[in-house]
Design a binder for this molecule. Structure first.
Ligand code: SF4
Ligand code: FES
Length: 257
């Protein structure tokens, strides 16, 4: 098939971006979207120009590195699919496809389709972990986890940190991402000891990074390649609310109230 691609080119973070049109001929239906871009890049390189920069790693839908807007939709037209797992058979011969990077203040464009998503790393560093003493690894089955807790924990753990939820949100909110990380650990006994500290620290860092507020439009859930549910945002709100109340009660008690 033949395609026309309008691709956002931006040489650096400070440079002004612009669209460039490329004709992609001989595109196979079996190619993934990234493989199609690889072929386009080979032609660009052959002409002595700079190839289109885009992030990728596993190309199996598990690492969270890939992601950009395809015709205005984060990760493109297929629900529950990363761009690396999106195949060209879902497009038509003659299609005109617009490709842009995530658009969010907290994810600045570094080059072409590559954005800086280190804000997510800093949110994880603020509390998205379980503190453990050094020493021998505890037996995996030492603490039984009921299925009713294990299931939502595993659903939340499916988040790959791609940032599509932020890109799709009109407020560039990171609530779906943070809620998945907080819920994953809050559902497990190993994560409960630090649940209040974690919820407070991660939400504070999210705000400090400049992400917007959640107004529950559901655009994040609609584009999430791992189909993370909005229910986790409700869970995050409960976790955060309880942590604030507990903190207030502790401060009150300390003040002799
Ligand atoms: S919640 Fe979904 S869209 Fe957001 S970072 Fe995680 S996997 Fe990506
Ligand atoms: S390259 Fe790893 S999820 Fe797409």
């Amino acid at each position: 098939m033949k395609l026309t691609l309008n691709v956002w080119r931006q040489p650096s973070q400070k440079a002004k971006g612009f669209f460039v049109t490329y004709e992609a001929n001989d595109v196979s239906e079996e190619m993934s979207f990234l493989e199609m871009l690889d072929v386009v890049n080979e032609a660009i390189i052959a002409k002595g120009d700079m190839p289109i920069a885009f992030d990728h790693d596993c190309r199996e839908g598990i690492c969270g590195m890939c992601g950009f807007m395809i015709n205005g939709v984060a990760h493109g037209p297929r629900r529950g699919t990363t761009v690396c797992q999106l195949h060209m058979r879902h497009f038509e011969d003659g299609d005109i496809i617009t490709i842009e990077p995530w658009r969010a203040k907290s994810f600045p464009v570094l080059r072409d389709l590559v954005t800086d998503r280190s804000a997510f790393d800093r949110i994880i560093q603020a509390g998205g972990f379980v503190s453990v003493n050094t020493g021998g690894c505890p037996d995996g089955n030492a603490i039984p986890v009921p299925k009713t807790e294990a299931e939502p924990a595993m659903d939340a753990a499916a988040c790959i940190g791609c940032g599509a939820c932020v890109a799709a949100c009109k407020n560039a909110s990171a609530m779906l991402f943070v809620s998945a990380k907080v819920s994953h650990l809050a559902h497990l006994p190993q994560g409960r000891a630090e649940r209040e500290r974690r919820a407070l620290a991660m939400v504070r860092q999210m705000d400090a990074e400049g992400f917007g507020n959640c107004t529950v439009t559901g655009s994040c859930e609609a584009v999430c390649p791992k189909e993370i549910s909005l229910d986790f945002i409700a869970k995050l709100n409960r976790e955060y609310g309880k942590a604030v109340l507990k903190g207030d009660a502790a401060a009150h008690a300390q003040a002799g109230g």
